[in-house]
Design a binder for this molecule. Structure first.
Ligand SMILES: [Zn+2]
Length: 120
């Protein structure tokens, strides 16, 4: 397992999407309205700047999602490697890595809860 923090978009996705929508839709709409009232080229420029910021935020979010999916794949692979093992608990009992049953004996070759056949 690497030391890189695990990214979980569940906690922040709505905030980033909201921020992107603000710059992609809300601010440009407001600037467009203002440009209709006050004829100034500044508002048109602000629309483009806001759209640019919105696109950057969207790209940043897409990058984070890509990293998160790669982390999930790696965790799945590591879990697949250990789920057929029993982990010693130090008190003569073992833990099934597939279901977490902590009442596995040293000479058991199957988990009595989930039925996993241990490879070691
Ligand atoms: Zn089990």
């Amino acid at each position: 397992m690497s030391n890189v923090k695990k990214i979980n978009s569940i906690g922040y996705a709505h905030k980033i999407i909201g921020l992107a929508l603000l710059f992609l839709a809300a601010v440009p709409a407001l600037c467009y309205l203002l440009s209709q009232i006050f004829p100034a080229a500044l508002f048109i420029r602000l629309i483009y700047i806001s759209l640019g910021i919105g696109v950057l935020i969207s790209l940043f979010f897409a990058g984070l999602l890509a990293i998160e999916l790669r982390q999930d794949r790696k965790i799945n692979r590591e879990y697949a490697n250990v789920k057929k093992q029993k982990l010693t608990l130090g008190n003569g009992k073992f833990e099934c890595q597939s279901c977490g049953n902590r009442q596995v004996n040293g000479d058991d070759n199957r988990c009595c809860v989930c039925g996993t056949t241990f490879s070691v």
